[in-house]
Design a protein around this ligand. Structure first.
Ligand SMILES: C[S@@+](CC[C@H](N)C(=O)[O-])C[C@H]1O[C@@H](n2cnc3c(N)ncnc32)[C@H](O)[C@@H]1O
Length: 287
């Protein structure tokens, strides 16, 4: 996870047009903030776009390969390798970010609680935590179905809802430096545990085929071994969290919910929102 493919991460995100989250985060950081930390900072996509005079930045990630890309971009930032489920004492910070679904790589609720407590310990009194994850809309629909999910306090659904299904699709080629990269994404969903198992396979497409813009090879769902060479594959797991269970963990771990957005444009959360984006304040008293 986020190792061999770290070198493709930025090119892929900019190909997908990711970036609206940065604007929202910029608006949420108070002018008075001096110390900002991003947990699961990856290549520094978010953190480095927050640079401004007077702000000290710290980035933490589990993956050395992602941090290697980040360090190369700006060696003056404090970059640290650690697991967000057992955060060291790094602060205190005025603002902590855990952005772009990174918390969904933590599989167990115990790990999420441990992250929240660690983030709280690293915040100044009244400091803020920004937390961004997907809203599991399809599971919410099933909650409304009397024959479907029975939500248990452990945070798991009682029965598998569907047969596990694998789907595979092809992302059209994008440029990463001199290389034209084709990405195949396969997913299957462990319904009982609300975990998506994702595999990314990276291929390099002949550069002249890419440059010619041949639509037969660019925009197709078929694989073309004659012009694509396998580079590497990476496996990912992403846990889905129901808003109710996330809220319960947030309050239990000593935070107040200041705001809950449903999209990066800052609109309020609604049941059919794409996202759950929380702005949390370190509560005065530990719960
Ligand atoms: C979707 S990427 C987001 C990177 C960056 N925040 C961004 O928005 O571009 C998820 C990141 O979470 C990191 N990650 C996954 N599990 C982690 C853990 N237990 N502790 C710290 N970082 C973790 C990965 O290495 C990866 O860099």
């Amino acid at each position: 996870m986020y190792s061999g493919d770290a070198v493709f991460y930025d090119a892929f995100q900019s190909f997908c047009g990711i970036g609206a989250d940065v604007e929202l985060i910029r608006r949420l950081i108070p002018d008075s903030a001096r110390d900002v930390c991003e947990i699961a900072c990856g290549t520094g996509r978010i953190l480095l776009s927050l640079r401004r005079p007077g702000l000290t930045l710290t980035g933490l990630d589990l993956s050395e390969d992602m941090l290697k890309v980040a360090r190369k971009k700006d060696p003056s930032v404090r970059w640290l390798q650690a697991d967000m489920q057992c955060l060291p004492d790094l602060g205190p910070f005025d603002f902590i970010i855990c952005g772009y679904n990174s918390i969904q790589h933590v599989m167990e609720n115990a790990g999420v609680r441990s992250f929240l407590r660690g983030a709280r310990e690293n915040l100044r009194e009244g400091g803020l935590l920004y937390l961004d994850l997907y809203n599991p809309r399809e599971w919410l629909k099933r909650e409304e179905d009397p024959y479907a999910a029975e939500y248990t306090p452990g945070g798991r659904l009682s029965e598998p809802l569907d047969d596990d299904a694998t789907m595979r699709f092809r992302v059209p080629p994008f440029l990463c430096g001199e290389q034209a990269i084709v990405l195949y994404e396969s997913q299957w969903t462990d319904e009982a545990n609300m975990i998506r198992h994702i595999t990314y396979e990276y291929y390099e497409m002949d550069r002249d085929v890419y440059d010619r813009g041949d639509l037969r090879y660019l925009y197709t769902q078929k694989q073309h071994p004659e012009v694509e060479r396998f580079l590497l594959a990476e496996n990912y797991e992403m846990r889905e969290f129901l808003p109710g269970e996330m809220e319960e963990m947030i309050l239990d771990c000593g935070f107040q919910i200041e705001k809950r957005f449903g999209e990066y444009d800052g609109s309020d959360y609604a049941r059919n929102s794409t996202k759950q984006i929380y702005l949390l304040r370190r509560a005065q008293q530990k719960a």
